[in-house]
Design a protein around this ligand. Structure first.
Ligand SMILES: [Fe+2]
Length: 332
């Protein structure tokens, strides 16, 4: 059974202590619906689903789990059979965890680099329509709510994990030099969204210069005006901009990257291409952008701090869930 096309990015779980900054960032700058009716957590909605972002209190200032919505119970059981068949244990989410995520039931799988992967079939709709500052709404639906970009010391095995567990396909590669360091980024899709997961790695060096498990996440607006208006709100409210507006080489998405209160980046995009499976061929692009995406305000201090994290990462072993990563997938 091949499950490609039968899952989509459904929600993300973030651990943070910075609730008041996140409230301003998520609601006032990005324009999402804020739900703070549940004690001790904060949630954001993009659409009718009760939860797209669950923020829980904790010290890591990072994304801690990715929620994947799968089409049906056959797909759900297939994923569980693959994982347990490789000797890896899964955990049933509690009813409280399911309620917080706005889903009927979930199962948690260990993921590369400590990023849990959660699967569910049935999201719960909220009672009220979302109150969004984004007038044209967010693009969610059958291809999911956006994507996440990870960094890894061993990208072949992270790719192996997503191919083993979710039948992910390689969309393309981008080679990019950032601060004099050569990166290769691998873009994986689990449906016709060009990518739901991107994996960036420093070429041929086992270092990971990013502190967080998720370097950035992406959500998509339907209307170009909402991209520019939210960009202006991010700036006006005093949040840092990592990269100004630009257009990507591979999926042609127009986007900007803001810095979240937790430090990882938040990409808002518009109009990425949708993959046609009958004609698609992976290729390699040079550079992430056709134009724009100019760094705004990143200081030399930030860059030095990144290299310090990179140097420290040499000493850390990243857990790639080897039972599910196989021998790793070599680049095509
Ligand atoms: Fe992105």
């Amino acid at each position: 059974m091949n499950i490609f096309g039968q899952l989509r990015l459904g929600y993300l779980v973030v651990e943070t202590e910075r609730f008041s900054d996140w409230r301003r960032f998520g609601r006032d700058a990005i324009g999402m619906h804020l739900d703070d009716t549940v004690p001790c957590v904060m949630r954001f909605r993009l659409d009718d689903n009760a939860c797209r972002f669950l923020l829980q209190r904790g010290p890591s200032e990072d994304v801690t789990a990715i929620g994947w919505q799968v089409d049906d119970h056959a797909t759900f059981d297939e994923i569980l059979a693959r994982v347990t068949g490789h000797g890896v244990r899964v955990a049933e989410g509690t009813s409280e965890e399911a309620a917080l995520r706005g889903v009927e039931r979930l199962v948690r799988l260990p993921g590369p680099n400590g990023l849990s992967q959660e699967i569910f079939t049935s999201p719960c709709a909220a009672a009220e329509p979302p109150a969004l500052a984004v007038r044209g709404g967010f693009v969610t639906g059958e291809y999911g709510m956006g994507h996440v970009a990870l960094t890894a010391k061993d990208p072949h095995r992270v790719r192996g994990y997503y191919e083993t567990v979710f039948d992910a396909r390689l969309s393309d590669y981008i080679d990019e030099t950032i601060s004099g360091v050569k990166f290769k980024i691998r873009f994986l899709r689990v449906n016709s969204r060009h990518h739901s997961v991107a994996i960036a790695a420093v070429n041929r060096l086992p270092i990971n210069p990013i502190r967080t498990r998720v370097q950035h996440l992406n959500i998509q607006v339907a209307d170009l005006n909402d991209l520019t208006r939210s960009y202006q709100r991010v700036k006006a409210l005093g949040f840092d901009m990592a990269l100004g507006v630009g257009q990507h080489t591979n999926d042609r998405e127009l986007s900007y990257y803001a810095v979240t209160p937790s430090g990882f980046e938040w990409e808002v995009g518009w109009n990425p291409i949708v993959v046609d499976e009958s004609t698609w061929e992976p290729t390699t692009y040079q550079g992430i952008s056709i134009w724009g995406h100019t760094p705004e305000g990143q200081s030399i201090i930030d860059k030095l701090a990144q290299f310090k994290v990179g140097a420290l990462s040499l000493a850390h072993r990243e857990d790639v869930v080897p039972a599910l990563a196989g021998a790793g997938i070599p680049d095509n």
